[in-house]
Design a protein around this ligand. Structure first.
Ligand code: HEM
Length: 136
């Protein structure tokens, strides 16, 4: 059997947290319209419960991502890698800001646009990660 390493555990934790943050948002986006019809009073409770799981996962994503960068000789990487990394980090920042706007905003615009942009930025950041891991 291939021996587990600290690096493989780090990637596993990065992906596990991504599954919670990103997968959770996609599942919630599918559930919310139905919930709004049958139990609109439960929406806030469900959203808060999800946030209590999703934000710790986001912290794990950032921690394991930074850990990965720490083990990568970033200075030796080419310009393509660095540009991809910078775009990915901007998308991560955009995802966090949009999701905060979605959470604290009360208008339909803040809720809709914040939620949609948060999800799109997270999806694009995930693809950026795949490029870094498999195409560099
Ligand atoms: C919304 C936030 C994020 C998402 C959805 C995300 C997603 C991913 C995914 C799907 C991969 C591919 C892993 C693989 O196939 O092996 C990856 C790799 C990577 N991510 Fe992230 N990531 C996020 C945030 C971050 C942050 C904040 C950093 C750095 C501080 C980071 C650094 C990396 C690095 C360096 C890789 C390349 C492979 C590795 O060393 O693990 N990521 N990411």
């Amino acid at each position: 059997m291939i021996s587990p390493t600290a690096n493989s555990i780090r990637v596993f934790l990065h992906l596990l947290a991504v599954a919670i943050w990103l997968g959770g948002q996609i599942v919630l986006a599918g559930i919310v319209p139905r919930l709004r019809e049958v139990a609109p009073d439960a929406l806030t409770t469900v959203a808060r419960a999800f946030a209590r799981i999703a934000w710790p996962a986001f912290v794990v994503i950032v921690f394991t991502g930074a850990w990965g960068l720490g083990t990568t000789h970033v200075a030796d990487k080419d310009t393509e890698y660095m540009v991809t990394l910078m775009i990915k980090l901007l998308l991560v920042g955009g995802a966090a800001i949009a999701t905060i706007i979605h959470s604290v905003g009360t208008s339909k615009l803040a809720k809709g646009l914040g939620g949609a942009l948060g999800l799109l930025c997270s999806l694009a950041a995930a693809y950026g990660g795949v490029l870094l891991a498999h195409a560099a």
